[in-house]
Ligand binder design. Structure first.
Ligand code: ME8
Length: 527
């Protein structure tokens, strides 16, 4: 039985050949914002991330470093990948490694089923392989090398020479699924998103699908093929299965039924694996295909994909050390249209930090709480009759919350944040216009002062709830300072659909001092 409230979200599992850069962190943050949003929205949310540890690329890196591949993977997972999740406050529910026993058992089971059901055959194979992509390259991604690689065929993505491999392999009869895949894209237009990604996938499949080589014999760093231990499973076939082995495929049917099908978030570089090969594998195994495959864009440096192998990677802590993790999360989610490429720039980051986080949101919170402290002895004031300006704020809070929810459901994270930010800007404008500091000077305006500050305080409460999935540290501080923590309970337990229900903070609620949410960055720190 499908579980209608299930929201199972995955990230790609990352290769452990190197430490993460901000491109990897970008995927994690996007997934985390969506997961937190759905969790707070009451969905039965499960957020999975992890590492991809088999294959030639990892084997070569480990060998070059003089250690066994498993030891290398252990080292990288503990020293680099898990710490990344802490660094940027990722709230994943599970972390899968392809060397986990649960994964290896599930992969063997899945392969055996495909073999038993006649979807696999043995054959000879010769093709050009890119170790960077861990893929036999289609013609469209093979180009002539230039410079030091002149005269050789190179990978269009990695610009590195391809290797001619000739092996006896097992093949998955993927070509048999071409028509069913095309029907899937047609019947479910939101299966692959955004639309540009969908078009690319359809065009690719329409050209004709070949069968897929799913085993290797020239090295042994992988999961053995269950009926022929002289082969190991092709690393992508192994890796894609993490999405089902992590939720109990072949082992815990109840858990599997509760979670599956998934929503996959991936970089556009690996779209074809997720939108073509993966659904074909699932169809062959008689499982449901995913709900959605959403391909986000690349972070670019000098117009090219940021990458460690091209030495253009920026380590996430280079940003968080100065700006903090909330600013990291906010910046990448707000500044880049989700689903498109975007360029990272220190200037843009610093400018948005100052204008939007420090002056826009942080300053709003500190002004309102300081006035409540000064004029109402740090208690939530009482509201009297509502004027049109107050009503407008209340209505904007409701419409911003509804729009943000609708945009998050559509994976348009930047638009959801922009909708919430309209409330930040409106509240700043409201305070400037209402001039509570002028009202405070006139004892006859005491009731009006209370209404204005009540409206502003409730506005902040709504903002804390709506922005919690994006900037969890700042909103936790704000929540406590508003007095909401003791009056209403933990922020992450507030049902999101009620965020804009007006009047949750009762007059008289005691408030606490607020630490600066987004401190000033000294010029020398931004370099
Ligand atoms: O492909 N901009 O792992 P991987 C944005 N193990 N995102 C980027 C990026 C950039 N410049 N660079 C990397 C693999 N990413 C496979 C996946 S899944 C079953 C197996 C992100 O370590 C982006 O999400 O090369 C991309 O899809 C992912 O990192 C690839 O990570």
């Amino acid at each position: 039985m499908a579980n209608p409230s299930s929201f199972y979200l995955t990230t790609p599992i990352f290769y452990v050949n190197d430490a993460p850069h901000i491109g990897h962190a970008y995927t994690e943050v996007a997934a985390d914002v969506l997961a937190r949003w759905h969790r707070q929205g009451g969905d039965d949310t499960w957020f999975l991330t992890g590492t991809d540890e088999h294959g030639q690329k990892i084997l070569r890196t480990a060998t070059a470093n003089g250690v066994a591949p498993k030891e290398w993977a252990d080292r990288l997972v503990e020293s680099a990948w898990k710490p990344l999740l802490d660094l940027i406050d990722i709230s994943n529910d599970d972390f899968i490694r392809t060397t986990d026993a649960r994964h290896e058992a599930g992969v063997a089971k899945f392969l055996q089923k495909l073999h038993d059901d006649g979807h696999v055959y043995a054959g000879e194979f010769e093709a050009l392989y890119c170790v960077g992509c861990e893929e036999f390259k289609p013609k469209s991604e093979i180009v002539d090398g230039t410079g030091e690689f002149a005269g050789q065929k190179v990978c269009a993505i990695h610009s590195k020479p391809l290797e001619l491999l000739q092996e006896k392999n097992y093949f998955f009869k993927m070509s048999a699924f071409q028509d069913r895949l095309l029907a899937l894209y047609e019947e479910r237009p939101d299966f692959v998103q955004p639309a540009s990604a969908r078009n690319e996938v359809i065009a690719f499949v329409q050209q004709g699908l070949e069968d897929l080589s799913i085993s290797r014999t020239s090295f042994d760093w992988g999961i053995p093929i269950p009926w022929d231990a002289s082969h190991v499973t092709y690393v992508w076939f192994d890796a894609l299965l993490n999405y089902v082995t992590a939720i109990g495929y072949g082992q815990d049917d109840e858990e599997f039924a509760r979670r599956w099908p998934a929503n996959h978030l991936v970089g556009k570089d690996i779209l074809r694996f997720h939108a073509v090969i993966w659904p074909a594998m699932l169809m062959a195994a008689g499982l449901e295909v995913p709900n959605h495959v959403f391909a986000h864009g690349w972070l670019l440096v000098g117009g090219e994909k940021m990458s460690k192998s091209k030495l253009t990677g920026i380590a996430p802590n280079e940003i968080t050390d100065t700006f903090g993790s909330d600013a990291f999360r906010y910046y990448f989610m707000r500044a880049i249209s989700f689903g498109h490429d975007g360029s990272f720039s220190w200037e843009d980051l610093a400018a948005r930090y100052q204008a939007e986080l420090a002056n826009g949101f942080g300053n709003l919170a500190s002004r309102v709480l300081a006035m409540n402290a000064k004029y109402f002895e740090s208690r939530v004031p009482e509201a009297a009759d509502e004027a049109p300006a107050d009503e407008a704020i209340r209505e904007l809070a409701a419409s911003a919350a509804a729009r943000a929810d609708e945009r998050m459901d559509a994976f348009a994270i930047h638009e959801a944040i922009a909708a919430i930010w309209e409330l930040v800007d409106a509240l700043n404008g409201y305070i400037t216009e209402q001039e509570p500091w002028v009202l405070a000077k006139d004892p006859g305006q005491r009731a009006r002062l209370g209404t204005v500050l009540y409206t502003a305080t409730e506005g902040l409460r709504v903002l804390a709830e709506l922005l919690a999935p994006v900037v969890p540290l700042a909103t936790d501080k704000l929540w406590a300072a508003l007095g909401a923590e003791s009056a209403l309970g933990a922020l992450d337990e507030q049902p999101l659909r009620d965020a804009a229900v007006w009047g949750k903070l009762a007059p008289g609620t005691e408030q606490q001092p607020l630490a600066v949410l987004f401190p000033r960055i000294e010029a020398d720190e931004t370099g």
